[in-house]
Design a protein around this ligand. Structure first.
Ligand code: NAI
Ligand code: MG
Length: 506
């Protein structure tokens, strides 16, 4: 860890606090209410809760603690907006609206990135990537709004069969905290392109960027077309997922809650898409370009401090290159800078909450108790300047049983388990031997190896010689317990429409 040692930890800590206070003053949203029917309103609960800055431990802002009565109001507002206004919007008008949303975010992109970095703890350099993807996804779905066409079905001369892609009306969306605005954009983009009104609930850990978005697009989106209810999962998320007037639900988060959302949806036969956890394998073949492969591995597990559903958290290295590869990987991990996420040089910021630190540390303890070997990390940084933050060091673990809980379950932190392989079939069996199937990576210079592994891996997204790359238009979603449905591509709009077939007898 190469932090600047020239000043004392106390001085650095006070510089961090000052920087965060000043940045918060510049970028926090003005409004902290629920956004319902185009108005900023208080929760029926009369209560608020605090969202914290995980770097300093300080309170960033208080927001409304939404409850079932607020969800009811928001759903009513959404239906009114759909019936009165949005269902009359042409595809050209929806396109223009989404394009303008993209422009508004782009115009304030540095403020959005700083806000995301404050509320989530992600490094500013990575927060900028999130925001540029938000802009790109709104633009992409602006285009899709015009291109998502029905069909004429060929049968015979006795009839004409046509299909229309009609919106559901009002849809519900539940967002996680790891990419707060980007996950909202992944869901708002296709829902709005398809012509739906939305009730959306951000994660309680990171509600601010979505409030700021609505502030910026208040005059762009007709009142009630997007309604934001901040609040806790059980108080605001559960009433949204069980609401009888919600016609489609989209959820990103843990597999446990995803299953609950799906059960709620079942009661009203509500369509549901789920983007859940992962425990994704990353396979290094002996012919990989070692230098590039090490860098890709670093990105695969340490990007966003490991708080990625698709993190490459299980590494399979071929025995012929194991020693050199792991030496280089451990060196590269040790060079990563853990520091204030607002600094340009920071590679890893804090985890989002103290609870998430405890969660990660408990998996690290489980691995330690099993006599696994730590190639690096496995603790919190020994740096007094970061003592109030939710930091965990980049951690690489090997000599661990593949059935260990720490290997089978999603850690969602900067922790990767390493396995050595020699026989392809045995390795592939282990690579697929988890409940999840969100993503996988293949590092090789040999095109046959790449194609073969990509075909054999049970996962929705395979990256070859790259990782964590999300251009709009590339479908994203999971196999097995990693979810249902695909986002970030034209296909996502199918999930927000229902097909109407019209058969004309001639
Ligand atoms: P979570 O699944 O509890 O939270 C995700 C969202 O669901 C939040 O908006 C939350 O308020 C909402 N929620 C919670 N309970 C709900 C309920 N009963 N009904 C409806 N909505 C509800 O995830 P949490 O507790 O924040 O993190 C736990 C673990 O989940 C993480 O350690 C990680 O392994 C996984 N996770 C995966 C994510 C992904 O991108 N696939 C994102 C966030 C967490
Ligand atoms: Mg939770």
């Amino acid at each position: 860890m190469s932090v600047d040692d020239s000043s004392s930890a106390t001085e650095r800590k006070s510089a961090i606090n000052q920087r965060h206070e000043q940045t918060a003053n510049e970028v926090l949203p003005e409004h902290r209410g629920l956004y319902i029917g185009g108005e900023w309103v208080q929760s029926a609960s009369g209560e608020t809760f605090e969202t914290r800055d995980p770097t300093t431990g300080d309170t960033l802002a208080s927001v409304q603690a939404g409850v079932a009565a607020d969800i009811d109001r928001a759903v009513d507002a959404a239906w009114a907006a759909y019936d009165d206004v949005y269902s009359d919007y042409s595809t050209a008008e929806r396109q223009a609206m989404l394009s303008e949303m993209a422009d508004r975010v782009e115009a304030k992109k540095e403020a959005f990135a700083n806000l995301e970095s404050l509320d989530n703890g992600k490094p500013i350099t990575e927060a900028r990537i999130d925001i540029s993807l938000v802009v790109d996804h709104f633009r992409y779905f602006a285009g899709v709004a015009r291109a998502h066409e029905g069909e004429t079905v060929e049968t015979d001369d006795s009839r004409t069969v046509q299909t229309y892609n009609e919106p559901y009306g009002v849809v519900g969306q539940i967002i996680p905290w790891n990419f707060p605005l980007l996950m909202a954009a992944w869901k708002l983009g296709p829902a709005l392109a398809a012509g739906n009104a939305v009730v959306i609930k951000p994660a309680e850990e990171t509600p601010l960027s979505l409030l700021k978005l609505m502030e910026e697009v208040d005059d762009v989106v007709p009142d009630g077309v997007v309604n934001v209810v901040t609040g806790f999962g059980e108080d605001a998320g559960a009433p949204l997922s069980s609401h009888p007037d919600i016609r489609k639900l989209a959820f990103t988060g843990s597999t446990v809650v995803g299953s609950e959302v799906m059960q709620s949806a079942a009661e009203h036969i509500t369509d549901v898409t789920l983007e859940l956890g992962g425990k994704s394998p990353l396979i290094v073949f002996p012919d990989a370009d070692l230098e590039k492969a090490v860098q890709t591995t670093i990105t695969a597990i340490f990007f966003n401090t490991g708080e990625c559903c698709c993190a490459g958290s299980r590494l399979f290295v071929h025995e012929d290159i194991e020693e050199e590869f792991l030496d280089r990987l451990a060196d590269a991990a040790e060079e990563l800078e853990l520091n204030d996420p607002l600094l340009e040089s920071t590679d890893l910021g804090p985890k989002v909450t103290e609870e998430q630190v405890e969660n990660t540390m408990s998996y690290i303890e489980t691995a330690r108790e099993s006599d696994a070997r730590f190639l690096t990390g496995g603790d919190q940084p020994d740096d007094a300047a970061l003592a109030d933050g939710c930091f965990v060091t980049p951690t690489l673990i090997n000599e661990i049983d593949h059935n260990n809980e720490a290997v089978q379950e999603e850690i969602f932190g900067p922790v990767q388990e390493v396995f050595t392989w020699s026989e392809y079939d045995e390795m592939m069996e282990l690579a697929n031997d988890v409940d999840y199937g969100l993503a996988a990576g293949v590092l090789t210079e040999n095109v046959t190896n790449a194609h073969r592994a990509a075909r054999d891996l049970e996962a929705g997204n395979i990256w070859v010689n790259t990782y964590n790359d999300f251009p709009a238009g590339q479908p994203f979603g999971g196999y097995k317990k990693s979810g249902i449905g695909r986002e970030t591509a034209q296909e996502a709009v199918d999930h927000y429409t229902q097909t109407k077939t019209v058969n004309f007898s001639l």
